[in-house]
Design a protein around this ligand. Structure first.
Ligand SMILES: C[S@@+](CC[C@H](N)C(=O)[O-])C[C@H]1O[C@@H](n2cnc3c(N)ncnc32)[C@H](O)[C@@H]1O
Length: 291
């Protein structure tokens, strides 16, 4: 039986590769990927297996979801799939592509856990004058089963309203003593100090990560397409792939997912259709491992 090798990029069509390896034991903790968007750009010269060139939205959704669902046997039972997708306008009409894909994934049994908004503070200006300029994309988190691995502590963010220096009423001093807690302060035992409030106000590592992530677009001089910003991939890998764990990107492109995985002591597997991008990803990964 063909077995997936960690820290390897397989050149070929993601759907064909997923099928080739479907009988092996599940090894992937998280799929983290940004497939070609519907009708945005062309990556290969003439490979008909390339995704994103379909003539209708429904053909695109069907092919993408078929490919992603074919990865299910490779994912461990408590594993997840992070999917980054942007939308497409046709004749000025928004096609709702990300949500069509999310709903189709749910129909296939994937459990939608989060719809993160990736806000791009440096998004390209547009000629739109009869609607707002788009400066966001989606990052969906799906789990394969009811129980899934998620390390919230690895991706906490700074407290905002209840920081150490906050002057807002209801801040730390609210509990009577500096560094007071709901348990030790003057409001000890109050029933409205539920877990959510504790987490928001006092968790020593920060508050639970929120669903709007503001991350500037990434730059990669060698790639002729938008690469994942590393800061977008980092929280996905840190929260859902344990150290030494394995992350798969079936649309590897310039290899950003693999670079982030290596930087953080995780391992990767990549699928990529275009040989030239496989070579580019290998160069970028080699630069990370050499540093
Ligand atoms: C948006 S890019 C991915 C960029 C990547 N996240 C990065 O940071 O570099 C999408 C990639 O999917 C590849 N691709 C398109 N159709 C494919 C298919 N059927 N199988 C595998 N890869 C495919 C394209 O060649 C392209 O490199």
């Amino acid at each position: 039986m063909d077995c997936l090798q960690a820290n390897t990029i397989y050149q070929g069509c993601a759907l064909e590769l997923a099928r080739r390896f479907r009988d092996q034991t599940p090894v992937v903790q998280a799929v983290v990927t940004s497939p070609p968007y519907f009708g945005h750009r062309v990556y290969s010269d003439s490979d008909s297996r390339e995704l994103g060139r379909e003539s209708t939205v429904s053909d695109y959704v069907e092919r993408l979801v078929e490919t992603l669902d074919a990865l299910r046997p490779l994912v461990v039972n408590d594993g997840v799939l992070w999917l980054n997708l942007g939308d497409t306008y046709r004749n000025g009409v928004l096609q709702s592509v990300p949500w069509r894909v999310a709903l189709a994934m749910q129909d296939r049994g994937w459990l939608l856990r989060s719809d993160v908004i990736w806000h791009k503070p440096n998004a390209m200006p547009s000629a739109a004058s009869r609607r707002p300029t788009v400066d966001h994309e989606y990052l969906f988190l799906f789990s394969k089963s009811r129980r899934y691995f998620y390390d919230a502590d690895a991706v906490r963010e700074p407290h905002v309203t209840f920081s150490e220096h906050s002057r807002m009423r209801g801040g730390r001093k609210h509990f009577g003593i500096r560094h007071g807690t709901p348990e030790s302060g003057k409001l000890a035992g109050q029933i409205n100090m539920h877990n959510g409030r504790w987490d928001q106000a006092f968790h020593p590592r920060g508050r639970n990560r929120r669903t709007v992530w503001s991350v500037p677009l990434g730059k990669c001089r060698e790639a002729h397409f938008a690469v994942f910003p590393e800061r977008l991939v980092e929280p996905c890998i840190l929260s859902t792939v344990p150290p030494q764990g394995l992350v798969l990107d079936p649309f590897m492109g310039a290899g950003t997912t693999a670079c982030v995985a290596m930087r953080h002591g995780r391992r990767y597997i990549g699928f990529e259709l275009v040989p030239e991008y496989v070579a580019l990803a290998k160069r970028r990964i080699a630069a990370v491992t050499a540093s």
